[in-house]
Write a protein that binds this ligand. Structure first.
Ligand SMILES: [Zn+2]
Length: 478
């Protein structure tokens, strides 16, 4: 490989020419190279890894995208948002029995939508209203009744149907005072928009399944929860509800404030927040879910933010993240705080309030497509590998081991690696069986490693990052 930056000694034209040669050579290398080769192109001054040639085996090509942007019904999403806004307020502390005003009015509108989609699905989609009680500072310290609404599309695989991928928006809303049921709280963007994404995803994915255009091995759950503004109460309850029902959470997609995109040049990319992990402060199941979604939807659709949420703020993915489950948050690119958590009013010529007129239909529709496609591909994939361990410290080779249950629909596993300073995984190798694989001539020190499962259908599981094999100090006994 031509040595570029270090060899520029001459001035003027000669240097320009050399730079051009270097640029072309590097570009050709990138176009031709495998993932591993690319990584090496960038570290020209470092020793090559692996030190010997590797197999370079490849798995099946990635499954194609199927959810077409034109198939997203933004008009009906906006109609649902209008119906929710017309409930006046959907504060969790408001009435659950008044059909015209309050949280119960919101629940009715959502349940009616899910029921209609369930009917069209030929009974495949199951609608559940989950009633419970919760106590928090923002319930005045006393138990209050809450309700979540779920629509469940059961998976087709005997084992994988116990794994659930879910999308959730919160249907409760709030005004400036989060305890006052008498104030109007339209909550169009926060978070009728997220609810509309969840409901539209249910419609899109049920339809694809009914037309046999897509089969989901895992279960998909479409949620609209309450209690977010009173302290993430509905989502915290949902974590427990899923556990009780025997589900394993494969991934949770929280959509909160996903309808507005006021900056010039809209529609922009949606932001996708994911929290750090405990290993070297970087990888977590949530981070792997974010990376998987970005790979599915594309970098032109998703802007990953490596932070659990907006600075100093929270959302419904948080109780999942804290439980160690893969959970991420979708949020619009640049928020307008005059339109969030505000009692509708005009002050000094400035209008405050979360109204539907500020929403951007093109952006909202994009978010629905991105969620639906991600859920679809994740629900088609084999289970993510378990107990991925890295050993081989103080030896010339890295050794990766992992476990996976039998799965006749799985083609194999991709071994992933990246420079510790890189954002995204690259495929290092493909192997067909679980167990241990030796990465010959690869140091354990210079990269992070992970493994993901690949289906014969081309769908990838989220990656499972490796954990260090605990080494005992010399002379210590087990
Ligand atoms: Zn919200």
């Amino acid at each position: 490989m031509l040595e570029c930056a270090g060899s520029l000694t001459g001035g003027g034209i000669r240097q320009m020419k050399l730079m051009r040669i270097c640029f072309v050579a590097t570009l050709a290398g990138i176009l031709l190279g495998s993932g591993a080769a690319q990584a090496q192109q960038k570290v020209l001054r470092d020793p090559a890894e692996p030190t010997q040639a590797k197999t370079g085996a490849k798995g099946p090509a990635r499954v194609a995208k199927v959810v077409a942007r034109q198939s997203v019904d933004t008009k009906s999403m906006l109609t649902l948002i209008d119906e929710l806004v017309a409930c006046g307020t959907r504060l969790t502390l408001s009435s659950w029995t008044d059909p015209k005003r309050g949280a119960g009015c919101g629940r009715d509108k959502i349940k009616a939508r899910f029921d209609k989609i369930a009917e069209a699905s030929g009974g495949k989609l199951q609608v559940v209203v989950d009633k419970f009680e919760a106590t928090a500072e923002r319930t005045g310290g006393k138990p209050v009744p809450l309700e979540n609404v779920y629509a469940i599309l059961p998976g087709t695989d005997e084992k994988l149907k116990n794994t659930v991928f879910l999308v959730s928006g919160h249907f409760d809303s709030r005004a400036s005072d989060t305890m006052d049921v008498n104030l109007d709280a339209p909550g169009a963007d926060d978070d009728a928009s997220g609810v509309s994404v969840s409901v539209e995803s249910a419609r899109l994915l049920s339809k694809l399944s009914a037309n046999r255009k897509s089969g989901y091995r895992a279960t998909i759950l479409f949620a609209a929860v309450s209690g977010e503004e009173q302290g993430l109460l509905g989502a915290a309850h949902l974590v427990e509800w899923l556990k009780e029902k025997g589900y394993t959470v494969g991934g949770m997609l929280d959509d909160d404030i996903v309808g507005d995109d006021p900056a010039p040049g809209a529609p922009h990319r949606v932001r996708l927040f994911s929290g750090n992990g405990e290993i070297e402060d970087c990888d977590s199941p949530s981070r792997e879910l974010a990376r998987a979604i970005e790979e599915i939807d594309g970098r032109d659709a998703i802007r990953m933010v490596f932070r659990v949420d907006r600075y100093g703020r929270g959302g419904d993915h948080y109780p999942f993240y804290k439980a160690g489950l893969p959970a991420v948050r979708f949020t619009e690119p640049l928020e307008d705080y005059n339109h969030q958590h505000q009692t509708p009013r005009t002050e000094n010529g400035v209008e405050y309030g979360d109204f539907a007129k500020y929403l951007n239909a093109a952006f909202l529709g994009n978010v629905a497509r991105d969620n639906a496609e991600a859920l679809r591909q994740l629900a088609m994939a084999p289970a993510a590998p378990a107990e991925v361990r890295l050993k081989g410290a103080v030896t010339p080779d890295a050794k990766l081991s992992w476990k996976a249950e039998e799965d006749s629909e799985r083609a194999g596993f991709e071994i992933l690696w990246r420079e510790t300073t890189e954002t995204r995984w690259q495929v290092f190798d493909f192997v067909t069986g679980a167990g241990e694989t030796v990465l010959k001539g690869v140091s354990t020190d210079n990269h992070f490693f992970a493994v993901r499962a690949v289906g014969k259908n081309g769908a990838r599981s989220i990656a499972t990052a490796s954990q260090p094999e605990v080494r005992l100090a010399p002379g210590t006994k087990k």
